[in-house]
Design a binder for this molecule. Sequence first.
Ligand code: HEC
Length: 247
Amino acid sequence: MAEPKEKRTDAIQGEILHVYDGIEEADNELPTWWLWTFYGAIAFAVVYWFAYHELEALPLPSEEYAAALQAQAAGGEVSEELLTAMASNPDAVAAGNEIFQENCAVCHKERGEGNIGPNLTDPYWIHGGAPTDIYRTIHDGVLQAGMPAWGQTLGAEAVQKVTAFVLSIRDSNVPGKEPQGERWVPGGDADEAAADEAAADEAAADETAADEAAGDEAAADETAADEAAGDEAAADETATEEAGESN
Ligand code: HEC
């Protein structure tokens, strides 16, 4: 510590006490407003830490967000956002897995590879592979095809959890039942794409059904024609092409 050779008083800083490499240091009191801001910040940090992290008396922003989404869902609104968030939450997926093993494994097998019900791990979906599609299928069921409706039995929250589990195994491609339905690509706007292709796809499906039913062809063509709405020739052609591709 070098004492200044000559004590001098600076016009702005006041009395100069030390000089380090030509840098002069005075020792003035900190402004009151600055000190109180500083103490206030320390006090705030302590309160914040205890409230949010130690006592967990207040929810963290991410928890608040999850709770808000879930509150929405409890009112019957299920969003893709909520289901995707749940699918990446290990607790929700684990709870969904339990529900799945208890209620669904009979028909879809333990890992979802399919038995009486379709393989839930392949990229092909009869009723759509988007989170909200899967939720709807599980909630409402497909009664005429042997898939029970679970909304009433399990309640909305359990259906959300089991949907989260199904989403977690989606596209994991466990070998099992052969693919059924349409290929669904995550990220692609499935609903819109499905709507666009609906006429052609349905015609293709009808055509395949007709092949299999062997003789039911006329009815299938009629349905295809109805849906293609006058575009009969084009629809049939697309149908033949698509049926050829998917076989
Ligand atoms: C009694 C047998 C049975 C049980 C139990 C069952 N399912 Fe299904 N599930 C089916 C059948 C059959 C289908 C195919 C419906 C169709 O062909 O339209 C299906 C279809 C589905 C689909 C749609 C697949 C697709 O390709 O679009 C999902 C998702 C699904 N089930 C989930 C579940 C979940 C989750 C549970 C348990 C809460 C469950 N299922 C319980 C028989 C069952």
